[in-house]
Design a protein around this ligand. Structure first.
Ligand code: IMP
Ligand code: MG
Length: 169
């Protein structure tokens, strides 16, 4: 039912690379990691431990998919972050950038609140499906137009706990 796209080892190596890059880029700063629930959880837990800087965590929950594998195009904030972000350096942490509608919406909502900077860190991206011009600052892997699960990514709530990323068939 599933073919493995990225093994746990490949994921760990990539996440460590991203963490090192963020550590270099944010020297002397204290970024606020804003995870997009629930898919970010596994990635963010590993990424944060690969960042050698003082960091804070916040989370947002938005809804756009229901149990479907295609976007409905509508984004709703189900849970907002719990702090003031004026002057903060924000890194949004996402599992996957697909159409870009979710991140596009979140960026707009956060920009209004006057942070010092907003950057995007996403583990996966499906470039062929992009509908907005959201640009990624830290990217794990580009993938084809496949529905993938594992390492935080779900189908109808399941498979998030797989230690690898696989293709759902
Ligand atoms: P976008 O708004 O179309 O960019 O959708 C992004 C969200 O859709 C991600 O945060 C995921 O929760 C979900 N998503 C998109 N593609 C996949 C996939 O292949 N597997 C699991 N979830 C996905
Ligand atoms: Mg999801």
């Amino acid at each position: 039912m599933k073919t493995i796209l990225f093994t746990a080892e490949q994921l760990a190596e990539k996440v460590n690379e991203l963490g090192s890059q963020i550590t270099k880029d944010y020297q002397g700063k204290s970024p606020l990691l804003v995870g997009v629930l629930k898919g970010c959880v596994t990635f963010m837990a590993d990424l944060a431990r690969a960042i050698d800087l003082p960091c804070e965590f916040e989370f947002m929950k938005v809804s756009s998919y229901g149990n479907d594998t295609k976007t409905s195009g509508t984004v709703k904030i189900l849970m907002d972050i719990g702090c003031d972000i004026v002057g903060r350096d924000i890194i949004i942490v996402e599992d996957i950038l697909d159409s870009g509608l979710t991140l596009g919406y979140i960026i707009k909502q956060l920009e209004i609140r006057k942070p010092a900077s907003i950057k995007i860190c996403t583990l996966l991206e499906k470039p062929s499906r992009r509908q907005t011009d959201v640009s990624v600052d830290y990217l794990g892997f580009q993938i084809d137009d496949l529905f993938v699960v594992g390492y935080g990514l779900d189908y109808a709530g399941m498979y998030r706990n797989l230690p690898y990323i696989g293709v759902l068939e």
